[in-house]
Design a protein around this ligand. Structure first.
Ligand SMILES: CC(C)(COP(=O)(O)OP(=O)(O)OC[C@H]1O[C@@H](n2cnc3c(N)ncnc32)[C@H](O)[C@@H]1OP(=O)(O)O)[C@@H](O)C(=O)NCCC(=O)NCCS
Length: 145
């Protein structure tokens, strides 16, 4: 739960959170979080997906996010998942733009965002923070070209 705004959750809190994620995904038009499973090893790795922010620094944005279980870090899974979610967002959902919100010290997350083609755009101060996150963004080249 490194870089989580809420810290480690209890089992009860996770159940509440998961229920709301599943409920939201039913009415999300495809903007949702996905569980990551290693096919050959049949192991749960974490999640990656999209979240709607109705008012992020004055704009409606779709944010890509990812979180892996610690022991699965460093194997390229986050990058693989983020590429797949980016392609899904641009090809299937035909989104025009995708952003990521990243703490400036979160080097691994910045690497993942840059690898899928995002660049640093600006600082954003979220309600629950007392210091700004960095917003990375990219456009859907197929639409904006
Ligand atoms: C962010 C996170 C999902 C990345 O997972 P991961 O398995 O390490 O990611 P990957 O292995 O796919 O790639 C990470 C990249 O960062 C690079 N990296 C890792 N540690 C690094 C470091 N200390 N310095 C520089 N680069 C680093 C890796 O080399 C890799 O790049 P490469 O493929 O060019 O070698 C994982 O660290 C995580 O779950 N963190 C906690 C939750 C979180 O912070 N989520 C993002 C919130 S914005």
């Amino acid at each position: 739960m490194e870089f989580s705004t809420t810290g480690t959750k209890t089992v009860d809190e996770v159940e509440v959170w998961l229920s709301s994620v599943i409920e939201d995904s039913r009415k999300s038009n495809g903007i949702e979080l996905f569980g990551l499973h290693h096919k050959e090893k049949s192991v749960f790795l974490g999640y990656c997906g999209l979240t709607l922010f109705p008012d992020l620094d004055g704009k409606t944005e779709i944010v890509i996010g990812y979180r892996l279980i610690r022991k699965h870090w460093g194997n390229g899974y986050a990058c693989e998942a983020a590429f797949a979610v980016r392609d899904y967002a641009f090809t299937e959902l035909k989104l025009q733009r995708l952003v990521a919100l990243i703490e400036p010290t979160n080097i691994r997350s910045i690497c993942v965002a840059k690898k899928i083609g995002m660049t640093y755009e600006k600082e954003v101060l979220l309600a629950e923070y007392d210091y700004p996150d960095h917003l990375y963004s990219m456009k859907n080249a197929a639409i904006s070209a």
